[in-house]
Design a protein. Structure first.
Length: 289
């Protein structure tokens, strides 16, 4: 029984269970926003299951490709592939099986567009963003595209097409990723340096100039967060929630700019974890009112 628990824990680490669940939360919210009060439990279930497997495959491929650099970082050295608890053959087989099965489930239970975007997100995350991380900070920009696609995958799982509302939801999640990821890169800067990753917008160590860029991108999020209200996709209550959450997020980025230290970067990182789910829930609650 202990060996089984250990194996299941390794599989959970391999597919980055918590991250995968957060990604699926975003996809399901995209579906619910599109569906309003016409939600179908069956379609949503297929979306959640297929999307979870595709996300797990992306995360698994990321760990296969980065196994040597993962072994250099304290945060990741204990993962199953770099630690040797999972062989490469098993890792490739598991990631491939999850990816193919996940896309097949999306094809069975959602729409063709949802499947296509799932495939693009998987391939671009694993084979564009992942190898670029050791080459250029532009990797964060590249990774923001597959990172923002879950809400589109969910939206199109109901609608079968994309429109202005879907595009605005995508832009919110796209711009959110910059302060989110850069705050993480700030907190983990020393660990990332051991692996040769250059993920901050400046190649120097984290400093005021880095925080200034993070602040700019956080401020740039504000018009996109309010655009659904401006175009009539959101009611006043949801708009107020989004405005207050975005101003709070900007304030956390401003504090980092003023102080430029590890503790403030960590505060911004946790603010980013809270921000997106609440904003997406506010859009959904307006959609079913």
């Amino acid at each position: 029984m202990t060996a089984l628990r250990s194996r299941l824990a390794d599989y959970g680490q391999f597919l980055k269970l918590r991250l995968s669940l957060l990604v699926i939360f975003s996809a399901v919210l995209g579906y619910l926003i599109a569906a309003g009060d016409q939600m179908d439990w069956g379609t949503m279930g297929w979306l959640a299951l297929g999307g979870f497997l595709v996300t797990g495959a992306s995360n698994g491929l990321n760990q296969i490709i980065e196994r040597d650099t993962d072994a250099l970082m304290r945060r990741t050295e204990g993962r199953p592939v770099p630690s040797g608890r999972m062989g490469l053959r098993e890792a490739w087989a598991l990631a491939t099986a999850m990816g193919i099965t996940g896309l097949a489930i999306l094809h069975h239970g959602t729409t063709e567009l949802s499947v296509q975007m799932g495939a693009v997100a998987l391939l671009s995350y694993a084979f564009a963003y992942t190898p670029l991380k050791r080459i250029t900070p532009v990797a964060v920009f590249v990774g923001a595209f597959p990172g923002a696609m879950p809400v589109l995958i969910g939206y199109s799982a109901f609608a079968g097409h994309l429109n202005l509302e879907a595009g605005l939801l995508f832009l919110v999640q796209f711009f959110w990723q910059f302060p989110h990821f850069w705050s993480i890169a700030w907190v983990l800067h020393e660990d990332y340096q051991r692996a040769g990753f250059h993920l901050l917008p400046t190649r120097d160590k984290p400093q005021t100039s880095t925080a200034r860029i993070i602040l700019w991108y956080t401020v740039a999020l504000l018009p996109f967060a309010m655009a659904p209200w401006w175009y009539g996709f959101q009611g006043m209550v949801g708009a107020i929630v989004c405005l207050m959450m975005t101003l709070w997020f900007v304030y956390a980025a401003w504090q980092l700019y003023r102080g430029a230290d590890q503790a403030l970067a960590r505060k911004l990182m946790f603010a980013s974890f809270v921000y997106l789910p609440i904003v997406q829930l506010a859009y959904w609650l307006d959609a079913i009112r």
